[in-house]
Design a protein around this ligand. Sequence first.
Ligand SMILES: *Cc1c(COP(=O)(O)O)cnc(C)c1O
Length: 227
Amino acid sequence: MSAIADNIKVIDQRIRVAAERAGRDRSDIVLISVSKAILPGDVEAALAAGQPIFGESKVQEAKAKIPVVSSRARWHLIGHLQTNKARDAVALFEVIHSVDSLKLADELNKWSERAGKTQAILLEANVSGEASKFGLKPEDLESTLKAINQLPRLEVRGLMTVAPYTKEAAEARPYFRRLRELRDALGLRDLSMGMSHDFEVAIEEGATLVRIGTAIFGERKRREPSE
Ligand SMILES: *Cc1c(COP(=O)(O)O)cnc(C)c1O
């Protein structure tokens, strides 16, 4: 077995155990293998190991990678999206996790209309309030959701957040809990939260989509700027 297949097996087991601990169904949690900065060959290895969904953080990189990976792969955008890349994003991604303004939503709606597609999205929330983070302020979520719900080509599935990096995973728990409370208040379904070092805590707090890169593919050559 390849190292990647081994890692996926271990992660799958850890997801299962975390779900059990929280009294949740394993089938309610979707693993997204974060393939940013990862070469197509390693993506194929993850696909061969039964892992169909990949997360990319940059449209440019995904645009080059997606056509050379088996069409069985499904792609989610997890990184910040600029309005001028909305058209490409609609063409490439099944789910866009990082919608953080009405202006961007309008643009995605326009390109989805032209593509004859309904685009699934998540609203990114900045629950820590860190200036370095993207995302809507929690207090702006409700009005933004209301406005986006008027856009016929977008389907808002839930909320996404990037918790602050904490030494101990458990220290991220309040941020995950806050996102869940916001999701519940808005009546949405999905919670995209939890990364390699803290996904088990995120699952205990209700994550339905966990975004895991390093623990599957190993350390990336160049660290992404923290987002
Ligand atoms: C890179 C990235 C991840 C994966 O991080 P790892 O620590 O490698 O698991 C998850 N979510 C977002 C938004 C990212 O940019």
